[in-house]
Each structure stands twice: as C-alpha cells, then as structure tokens.
Write a protein that binds this ligand. Structure first.
Ligand SMILES: [Zn+2]
Ligand SMILES: [Zn+2]
Length: 343
C-alpha cells in the first residue's frame, strides 16, 4: 500500500485517478480506511470547472466516512477499529478566530481536498480532532452524510430560529432536505420548500415539509404569502446559488425576517438585488460558512433519531464509475438526491 489512486477533476467534466503516496501519519493524526464518500453540490461546481474559488485540476470528495486503521502516538480519542466520519477542514489553531473558537472563520483555513487530499480514494489521513465516532446503527454510507448535515445545522444556528416559526427553503438538494429535518428538530411549525425537480419535492414532503412548491409551475413568493395570510415566512434559506432564488428568499420573508445564504454562487458578480427591501421590510441576510462544532450537534440529532440520513440517499455506486456518477446527478431524469460512492 505504498501508492494508491485518488480522484481528481482535471478538466471540466473529466475525472481522473492519480497515484499518490500514503500520507505521513503525524503524532496527532489517524489513518482511515475510507468506506464511503458522497458527492456534494460543491463537488459539482468543481466537476463543471465552475467553482468560484478553486481552479482545476483539484482533488475531489470531502463527505467521508471510514474505519480507523492506525493512529499517531498522541491520539487518545479514537482507536483502530473505530467507525468515524471526517470533518474535512484544516485550521491553524493560532489565529484570532481559532483562538475565539470560531475555527470555521480561520484566517488560514483549508479544505483537505483543496490541499490535495480528496475523499474518493482508499486511505485518508486526518487529525484526531477532526474525526467523529459513528453510532453502531449508522452505516458508513449514512455516516458520509454527517458533513452536509453539519452544513445545514450551521445554517439553522445562524438563523437564530424560534419555536413555532415558519421557514422557506429554496432548493431541495441534500442541504435543503437536511434543513427540513434540522428545522423541525428546532421546533419550527411550518416549512415550505421549493425546487424544479418533482422527485426532490416528494422526498421533502416525506421528511416533513408542509408544502413543496414546484417553481416550474408556480411563483413561490406568491404561494408563500398566500399560505401565510399575507405575512411571509420568519426565516428563509437559500441553498441553490442563483440570483432568482436569492431574490425569492429575500422577498418571501416576513417583515423583520432573516434569510440565510448557504448556496455557492457560480457567477456572484452578475447579481442584481432589490436592496431597498432591507430598509422597507427591515430584513436581514446572513451568510453561513461550513461548520464549527456542528458535527457534534449533527451526531446527537442522528443518535436520537431526530434526523434521518438514509432517505436522502438515492444511489449507491462503486468508485470505478465516479465520472458517470457525476453525470447521473446532472441528469434530471435520473431522480438523484444524494449519491454515495462505496469504496
Ligand atoms: Zn459537502
Ligand atoms: Zn486559524
């Protein structure tokens, strides 16, 4: 096991495996035999070569679970044989934000894939502080989804939701489907969700959304105002990354409401926005970046069965057809929700 293959996007819509040496195990690190890695919306931006911050070629895959097979000599939290999910960030531990405990804002933050360690590969090395033990009843395939669940939970915390509020989620991809469950766990009473794909809206309803709005058929802002007696929703979540959904998530808010942005915009400089809404309706728009102590919350919700991971998985596929797996997600006829690669 001196060299092993790792997936890279080398050109738009092109995945290639390159042989890499096994990473050196530091004293605080664990070596993991990767068992599953799911494909994220962020990976799709990379696959299309349209990620706003990352240039090709780049390693891909950051939603990873596996079994610990070796540990550095200072490691005390996990042991070989433990089943874990990986939190794929690298932070410096020394900057202003790290010292305040806000490591997702670290001045020197990097993602494992962006420094050359992707997840579509048989072995992965991570700091013991960035691995989280999975409950026995959670499969590796489900465990890979802890990462997008943590993203959704961070967004819900940024929204400062209150018991009994209403919310609208724009985009029923993986993050949107996790947002439904996290918002329900937080005590929201009424959740609207929008998408253009019927199968995703059906999944959203099965997970507890009150109303799934197909934006190909109706105007979501009008529908939301009709359903909320002309008031709008208390909170909205943008999980697509398009000008249109950004505007809709702001326009569907109740006066004084808060909109949280989770989507990554491929063309951020092309956006026009009705800024007078801020003053007219006293709304707020907030960003939500990654996760910070959110894997722990994700795990406790999964442990207590307040969030289900399995219904989000639509495809389990082998590593050998990774490029095909990306095409499956991009094909609206394939009815893909979350696609998990078994390794
Ligand atoms: Zn992700
Ligand atoms: Zn830092």
């Amino acid at each position: 096991m001196n060299e092993y293959p790792m997936a890279f996007v080398t050109a738009p819509r092109r995945v290639e495996f390159k042989n890499r040496p096994l990473p050196a195990l530091g004293d605080d690190d664990v070596l993991i035999k990767v068992k599953a890695c799911s494909i994220c919306g962020g990976d799709l931006h990379l696959y299309k070569g349209k990620h706003p911050f990352v240039k090709l070629p780049v390693a891909i895959g950051h939603e990873i679970s596996g079994e610990v097979i070796q540990k550095g000599r200072n490691v005390i939290k996990v042991s070989p044989g433990d089943r874990v999910a990986i939190e794929p960030v690298i932070t410096c531990g020394k900057c202003y934000f790290c010292l305040r405990g806000e490591y997702h804002l670290c001045q020197n933050i990097a993602y494992q894939y962006s420094v050359g360690q992707g997840g579509f590969t048989p072995y992965f090395c991570a700091s013991e502080n960035r691995v989280h033990r999975l409950p026995d009843f959670v499969s590796y395939e489900e465990g890979a989804l802890l990462e997008p669940l943590a993203v959704a939970i961070h967004g819900v915390r940024k929204a400062e939701v209150e018991l009994g509020q209403s919310a609208a989620i724009f985009g029923a991809g993986g993050i949107g489907l996790f947002l439904i469950q996290a918002l329900k766990a937080a005590g929201l009473s009424e959740i609207f969700i929008t998408d253009i794909l019927k199968h995703r809206l059906d999944t959203a309803i099965s997970l507890g959304a009150k109303l799934a709005i197909n934006v190909a058929e109706e105007d979501p802002v009008q529908t939301i105002f009709r359903e909320t007696k002309g008031l709008g929703v208390d909170r909205s979540f943008e999980a697509v990354g398009l000008e249109k959904t950004l505007r809709q998530s702001a326009e569907s808010l109740k006066k004084g409401g808060i909109c949280v942005l989770l989507g990554l915009f491929e063309d951020p400089l092309e956006i026009t926005f009705p800024v007078n809404l801020f003053v007219q309706r006293e709304i707020q728009i907030r960003g939500s970046r990654g996760y910070c102590w959110d894997f722990q919350v994700a795990l406790s919700l999964v442990e207590k069965k307040m969030v289900k991971l399995k219904p989000i998985i639509s495809h389990l596929l082998p590593l050998s057809i990774l490029e095909r797996a990306f095409e499956i997600i991009l094909d609206p006829n394939s009815k893909a929700n979350k696609v998990v690669i078994q390794i």
